[in-house]
Design a binder for this molecule. Structure first.
Ligand SMILES: [Zn+2]
Length: 149
């Protein structure tokens, strides 16, 4: 399962009742993207929640794809957001805190940790391949990996 399948909406039940619509707890599931993030119920949300939902839409659902929000960009952008927080030196607990403040989302720190570990391992594997090929990419990948560890 991708990390984006393990990102959840905080106050899920409260929001569903404000919207008078049900949607899954998982932030990136298709129905949540439809009902909470691109539905027309935004005006029914309390102000603090609405602000967070709008931030999320602006930051992750801002592509022009016809299939939006089901084009895969929201998930990819969120992964980049997580890696960026890691590159800034945040650990799993702090990353979970920040996504709560920014977007009213939460995840289990253990899931975030495994995701970060996997990302580093993927970069290490890419680095080894690039080394074998003698490509300049190896240096770039190595820099990215160092930022994450
Ligand atoms: Zn897109």
């Amino acid at each position: 399962m991708a990390i984006t399948d393990k990102i959840y909406v905080k106050n899920h039940r409260q929001l569903a009742s404000q919207l008078d619509a049900s949607f899954p707890k998982s932030a990136f599931s298709g129905a949540t993207l439809d009902v909470l993030f691109t539905g027309d119920g935004l005006a029914k949300l309390d102000e603090a929640s609405r602000e967070r939902v709008l931030e999320f839409v602006e930051d992750f659902l801002d592509c022009d794809c016809q299939a939006r929000p089901h084009c895969g960009h929201p998930q990819r952008k969120f992964v980049a957001y997580l890696l960026e927080l890691r590159a800034q030196g945040l650990g799993p607990d702090a990353i979970v805190d920040v996504m709560g403040d920014d977007y009213m989302l939460y995840a289990y720190p253990g899931d975030v940790l495994s995701f970060l570990d996997d990302s580093v391992r993927t970069l290490e594997a890419a680095e080894r391949l690039a080394d074998v090929d003698g490509r300049e990419a190896a240096g770039e990948i190595r820099r990215e990996r160092r930022e994450l560890t």
